[in-house]
Design a protein. Structure first.
Length: 239
């Protein structure tokens, strides 16, 4: 199910100089802002929760997911180089699964680790805030990577659509509009974070069981459909 050659090519594409700079910009901003806030306001649990929830989980994680998920396969489809992979004796499911693992790994490294560092800077993990949001970032990284990998297989404008989803739906509607919250990866991951943190600082509008089922379902379905789409591309090319 996992092919090292495909993984190496995908890592090389995702971590090229330009893309790596983009991936590193938001985490760096988060850590710098956290240091500034800590210097000004001191160690405050509510401030830490607000910053990690608003900037890290609602904005940084989905945007990095867009870059990693769509970048794992979208450019290859756009420039036609995906034909190189499709010509190899590899199952299409293996290609998609390998690219998903790479996208998940990149998203986790560039989102979960900075979230943990920012949380430690903000309040030293008081009330488990840093760990809770780190777990949320890890969990949401999986779902985002799958969703945006799928988007990269079905649209040539995957980055644009992905950013609209990340910035409008997750960061805006997912945080402010009650009805939209139940259909938000952010809220699903917050349900997991709420369990880790306990207390009232981390909350979600979605129950833990529902959130877990939805996270798994979205990840599995998005991965399956991405593989199906890739198989369709192969058949089209052969015809």
């Amino acid at each position: 199910m996992y092919d090292p050659t495909v993984a190496r090519l995908t890592y090389r594409a995702l971590l090229g100089r330009r893309r790596a700079l983009i991936l590193g910009a938001l985490p760096l901003l988060l850590i710098v802002l956290s240091a500034v806030v800590r210097a000004i306001a001191g160690a405050d649990d509510q401030t830490a929760a607000d910053l990690l929830g608003g900037l890290a989980l609602a904005t940084m994680v989905p945007i990095i997911g867009v870059i990693a998920g769509t970048g794992a396969i979208g450019p290859e489809i756009d420039d036609g180089s995906v034909v190189y992979l499709l010509s190899k004796p590899l199952k299409r499911s293996t290609i998609i699964f390998t690219k998903l693992i790479v996208a998940i790994g990149v998203t986790m490294v560039f989102s979960a680790l900075p979230t943990l560092l920012a949380g430690l800077v903000l309040n030293g993990n008081g009330q488990q805030i840093a760990v809770a949001y780190t777990v949320a970032a890890l969990v949401s990284s999986i779902a985002y990577a799958a969703l945006f990998l799928l988007l990269g297989t079905v649209s040539r404008h995957a980055v644009v659509f992905g950013l609209v989803y990340a910035l409008v739906w997750e960061a805006l509607f997912g945080s402010l509009v009650p009805g939209a919250r139940t259909l938000s990866v952010q809220q699903w991951s917050l349900a997991v974070a709420q369990k880790v943190a306990g207390g009232d600082l981390v909350t979600s509008d979605v129950g833990l069981t529902t959130a877990t089922v939805l996270l798994v379902a979205v990840t599995v379905l998005a991965t399956w459909f991405a593989g199906h789409k890739l198989r369709s591309l192969t058949l089209a090319g052969e015809e």
